[in-house]
Every structure is written in C-alpha cells, then in structure tokens.
Ligand binder design. Structure first.
Ligand code: NAD
Ligand code: IPM
Ligand code: MN
Length: 362
C-alpha cells in the first residue's frame, strides 16, 4: 500500500483555521482506518506573498504538481487588495487551476436534513435538495485575452475582459457533466446567456452536440438570469447544472445558501486524469478570521471528495460524509448554521465532533 501525498495549502484568513480541522480528520483516518497518506504544507496566497513576494511561489506550484492531490483553504483578504493584479492572492488560485489543468469544477449543494431550519428558504423548498454544479474552471472570461485597464490617447481609461471559449473546452466540460449526470438523476441543465452572448451560443450548440452521445440524459438549456431565479424559487427541479467559469462562480454561491451556509459547500477541481485540487467554495472570510468560529465542514467534505475522486476510495469518502452527518445529529453547530435548539460551537469543536463520529465508526 504505497503512501499517497496531499499538498496542503492553508492560505489566508480562515484558511488555516478550517484546514487544521480537515487535517485532524485525516489524522484520525490514519489512526483508525489505516489510511496511508502523507501531507506536505506550503505557502499560498497572501501568506506566500508576504513571505516571498509572490502569491504562488515556484516551490508551491512544484509541490502541487508532484502531489497526488491538493487540499486548499482559502486565499485573499483586504490587506492585499491594493496590490497589483499580478501578485494578488487570488492569482495563486487561478495559477494553480490553470497550471494543473483543473478544468472541471464539481460543486455539490446538498441540504443535510439536520439543517432544514438553517436555510433562509422555507424547509419545503430545500428539503431533500441534492444538486451538482459543474463549473468550467480554466477558461472563459477569467482567462480570456485581451484583458486589463488601458488608457486611450485622449486619456479615457477602458477596462477590458474577454469571454472566450473554443469548442474543445466546451466539449470536455460537457462530457464531464453528462458523465456525472449518468451517475445521478440523468438530468442536465446547461446554463448560458445565448440570447445575448455569441460565445455562449456556441456553448449551447456544443453541449447539444455532446448530448447526442448521451441519449439517456435529459438535456435542457436555461439563461443564467432565469437559472439564478429558479435556484431560489424551486431548486429541486435541478439535478446537474453545467455552466461557464463566471456563471458557475456566481450560481454556486447562490446554491450554497440553499444548504444553510456557504460554509457547507465543498468542491473538487479535476484535470483530465482525475488529479484534483479540493477546497471549500467560500473565501477567506476576513470578517470572521482569527475568531475560531468559521465552519470547517466544507473543507472536511472537500477532503471527502478528495478520497472519492482522486484516491477512488469510496469507503473513506462515505465515512467522512457519515461522520459529518453524525456530528450534525449530535446537535453541534458553528454560528453560520446555528438555529434554535442546537448548540453553538467553535471551529475546533466542530472538527472534534466529526473526529469523534469517525472514531465511533471504527
Ligand atoms: P467569503 O466567502 O470569504 O465570505 C462571504 C461571507 O460568508 C462572509 O460573511 C463570511 O464570513 C462568510 N463565510 C465564508 N466562509 C465561511 C465559513 N466557512 N464559515 C462561516 N462563514 C463563512 O467571500 P468574500 O468576503 O467576498 O471574500 C473574502 C476574500 O476571499 C476575498 O479576498 C476573495 O477574493 C477571497 N475568496 C477566495 C476564495 C478561495 O480561496 N477559493 C473564494 C472566494 C473568495
Ligand atoms: C471561488 C473564488 C475564486 C473564483 C476567486 C477567489 C478567484 O470565488 O473559488 O469561487 O472566482 O473562482
Ligand atoms: Mn466564488
């Protein structure tokens, strides 16, 4: 049983606080379930910029490339906002995604029954919710050129970003989405703005073409504005959604709130071969950083996705999911998911509750 390696990149703000809890879970897996996994930590984001002058030092990128998988906390914060774009913490994340070829971002939004009262939506709207957003992650307006702010001859400044997809980029993310839909409810909704943006008209065409290879999947198309509205109105109509980089960013934060908190949503970012980076979808939460109150469950669930998608260890992945459920069953809640009748706990106490539940399975 050769030991596998996870590159651990805690990052900024609540990043180190939530990653610490995921590492506790990993320690427990080693002790109780003979999981042979090594970890190595490296600097990323603002922390890396402060120490080395760059948010994605070459050593960090090399470590991430050499490892079997990457577990990331979060990057960014107000301290680094005045910096030039080229050295902003967020650039590290984009650099990792693009350098590692992590084009397929899976963001599952699941409402745990224990949290039916934590959502701002009515329980009947969200109970039983289980949707998966497949977000294209290495293309679109995030990476398109030309980009930047220019000053014209007359002194007027223009800000430029470019929405661009070639058909092979659309095809490969569509294939991931259809494959995923085949393993779930066999319904796929592709979200675009084909009524206005030519680029997404091509998106719709290519997704439709790919769909011919998946006759068992019921494909639908929706404009992104309507999709945002439908997610809040009747989210259970969706099974799998596939969309562009920017739309997926926005829709997944929206979907997160259906589950009670953005602190509940994990993600997997995968390359063509199944190598992946795993991170909560939320950011560094500067407003609560350092207070020990952040919800670590999205990060712990991301570790679960790591075992599922990169290590192909469904047993361990399922154990992590079950331990999170059991922790919620025990009534503990971080502040973001607290409701009347439950016990408010710290980040560390929530991690401990998951570890205790995992031990109880041994
Ligand atoms: P954010 O996701 O960090 O926070 C939004 C709100 O959600 C805040 O009120 C925060 O307290 C809350 N929140 C987020 N995660 C939480 C958790 N685990 N538990 C409890 N509450 C939680 O978004 P933002 O405030 O727009 O961005 C802050 C910084 O994070 C920015 O620099 C942004 O660029 C960066 N960011 C990084 C990532 C990432 O590293 N993947 C993702 C999003 C934003
Ligand atoms: C996310 C974040 C990132 C994104 C930022 C921090 C670059 O919001 O992972 O959702 O926009 O992809
Ligand atoms: Mn985001």
């Amino acid at each position: 049983n050769m030991s596998k390696k996870i590159a651990v990149l805690p990052g900024d703000g609540i990043g180190p606080e939530i990653v610490r809890e995921a590492l506790k879970v990993l320690d427990c897996l080693r002790q109780e379930f003979d999981v042979a996994v090594e970890t190595e930590e490296a600097l990323v984001g603002g922390a890396a910029y402060d120490a080395t002058g760059t948010p994605l030092p070459p050593e960090t990128l090399e470590l991430a490339k050499a490892a079997d998988a990457v577990l990331l906390g979060a990057v960014g914060g107000p301290r680094w906002e005045p910096l030039d774009y080229s050295v902003r913490p967020e650039r590290a994340l984009l650099g990792l995604r693009s350098e590692l070829g992590l084009f397929a971002n899976l963001r599952p939004a699941v409402l745990y029954p224990q949290l039916a009262d934590a959502s701002t939506l009515k329980p009947e709207v969200v109970s039983g919710l289980d949707i998966l957003i497949v977000r294209e992650l290495t293309g679109g307006i995030y990476f398109g050129k030309p980009r930047g702010v220019r000053t014209l001859d007359d002194g007027e400044r223009v800000g430029i970003n470019t929405l661009i997809y070639n058909e092979s980029e659309i095809r490969r993310i569509a294939q991931v989405a259809f494959d995923t839909a085949m393993k779930r409810g066999k319904r796929l909704c592709s979200v675009d703005k084909a009524n206005v943006l030519e680029c997404t008209e091509l998106w719709r065409e290519v997704v439709t073409e790919v769909g011919r290879d998946y006759p068992a999947v019921e494909l639908s198309h929706m404009y992104v504005d309507n999709a945002a509205m439908q997610l809040v109105r009747a989210p259970k109509q969706f099974d799998v959604m596939v969309t562009t980089n920017l739309f997926g960013d926005i829709l997944s934060d929206c979907a997160a709130m259906l589950t009670g908190s953005i602190g509940m949503l994990p993600s997997a970012s995968l390359d063509e071969k199944g190598k992946g980076m795993y991170e909560p979808i939320h950011g560094s939460a500067p407003d609560i950083a350092g207070r020990g109150i952040a919800n670590p469950l999205a990060t712990i669930l991301s570790l679960g996705m790591l075992f599922r998608y990169t290590f192909h260890d469904e047993d361990i992945a399922a154990r992590i999911d079950k331990a999170v459920e059991a922790a919620l069953d025990s009534g503990v809640r971080t502040a973001d998911i607290w409701s009347e009748g439950t016990r408010k706990v710290s980040t560390a106490e929530m991690g401990d509750a998951v570890v205790a539940a995992l031990r109880a399975q041994a």
